[in-house]
Design a protein around this ligand. Structure first.
Ligand code: KDG
Ligand code: MG
Length: 403
């Protein structure tokens, strides 16, 4: 069996997505996601110029050897563009292999370890009253776990809030990133009050999560974790930028609020200290930015040794192809924790028809052979690429901060 062709499809059904399609001499094709929010064209060029020529003629069933070729063989290891492009190839090859076997992908990984994949939705509100309404809305839809993000008095715009309901999209159209103001004291004062009101309103029967989005220093994160303990959060996410893995030791010394980190990591090397020292409880890496199913399963296996569970990233800038692959992975992985599920817009769902479905708080990848996600190329062609970027953050005095 041979790879006979491959192409990159860039489409913008509401937001940009980069898709790799691989074709074979047996008429079976597979697709993978290569979207990096705000750097879409870098991934598209990397694939078209540097990866596709090297794929032609290879046996698509040798996904491990192709992974090693694209990782070791490139000399310049790791990095988000490289690892995302490797991931796109890997997803497409697992799709082909599972279609060839006539099985849903999860069967090739080891079969289902559970009946459904617990997901969390996003309740975003400009203030506490709006967050309460949103949580009630998600509960009415059947969600059992809900992430709560609220506007902060004194800050015009904060991560997770203010761009419409159900389909939160943080990137703004335009050639240059927008700038937003960030101020930690207001946030740190407001967040425990928010969760106090949420627990008062909803009790403890619903899992609540919160994303700090890399904004705090370790001691500030320790204070936040401690102040949220009475509200028993499922996790706080990305309390600090975690390039410095050691800094999590300080947070751990002060709080038992569980910690999830890793959506921006691209390999096992970014999290191995966090995992081995048990400095986190959930690893957020997913198949897209962390080298595909082939690499994510290695991260998960390491994590399993240290009681760290998975909590795959699932924002709207990860295409339905990533969601499909993640759900096959989640259904199988022994140390599964939870899956993020930020719904895609109807336009995106139409371009990427998929077999996964939601029922009473759980997603299931479906039984279609492969990963169960396709691309409607005719429809995709109607939505050309549009430059869009995540905002950047500055403190009141103009200092650049982590967005
Ligand atoms: O592209 C950036 C988004 O994926 C990120 O801001 C979403 O933090 C995020 C999350 O937890 O979904
Ligand atoms: Mg996040």
């Amino acid at each position: 069996m041979k790879i006979t062709g491959a192409k990159v499809i860039v489409t913008c059904p509401g937001r940009n997505f980069v898709t790799l399609k691989i074709e074979t001499d047996q008429g079976i094709s597979g697709i993978g996601d290569a979207t990096i929010n705000g750097r879409e064209l870098a991934a598209a060029t990397y694939l078209a110029e540097h990866v596709i020529p090297a794929l032609i003629g290879r046996d698509p069933r040798q996904s491990e050897d192709i992974w090693q070729y694209l990782y070791r063989g490139v000399y310049w290891r790791r990095g988000s563009v490289t690892m995302t492009c490797i991931a796109a190839v890997d997803m497409a090859l697992w799709d082909i292999k599972a279609k060839l076997a006539g099985m849903p992908l999860y069967q090739l990984l080891g079969g289902a370890s559970r009946t459904g994949v617990l997901v969390y939705g996003h309740a975003n509100g400009r203030d506490t009253a709006e967050v309460i309404d949103e949580i009630a809305r998600y509960q009415a839809m059947g969600y059992r776990a809900i992430r709560a993000q609220s506007g902060v008095p004194g800050l015009e715009e904060v991560y997770g809030v203010g761009k419409g309901k159900l389909f939160y999209e943080p990137a703004d159209r335009g050639a240059v990133a927008k700038e937003a103001l960030w101020s930690t004291p207001e946030y740190l004062d407001h967040t425990p009050v928010l969760f106090d009101k949420l627990r008062e309103k909803f009790g403890f029967g619903v899992e609540l999560l919160h994303d700090v989005h890399h904004r705090l220093t370790p001691i500030e994160a320790a204070r936040l974790g401690k102040s949220l303990e009475p509200y028993r959060l499922f996790w706080i996410e990305d309390p600090t930028p975690a390039e410095n893995q050691e800094s999590l030791r300080l947070i751990r010394q002060h709080t038992v609020t569980p910690i999830a980190i890793g959506e921006v990591f691209d390999s096992i090397h970014d999290s191995h200290q966090l995992i081995k020292e048990q400095l986190i409880d959930y690893i957020r890496s997913t198949v897209l930015h962390a080298g595909g199913i082939t690499h994510l399963r290695r991260i998960a296996d390491l994590a399993a040794l240290y009681h760290v569970r998975t909590g795959c990233h699932g924002a709207t800038d990860l295409s339905p192809i990533t969601m499909g692959c993640a759900l096959h992975f989640d259904l199988w992985v022994p140390n599964f924790g939870i899956q993020e599920y930020m719904r895609h817009s109807p336009e995106t769902d139409a371009v990427f028809p998929h077999a996964y479905s939601f029922d009473t708080g759980y997603l299931h990848p479906g039984e279609t052979p492969g990963h169960g996600v396709e691309i409607d190329e005719t429809l995709a062609a109607r939505y050309p690429y549009q430059a869009a970027y995540l905002p950047v953050a500055r403190l009141r005095d103009g200092t650049m901060w982590n967005w």
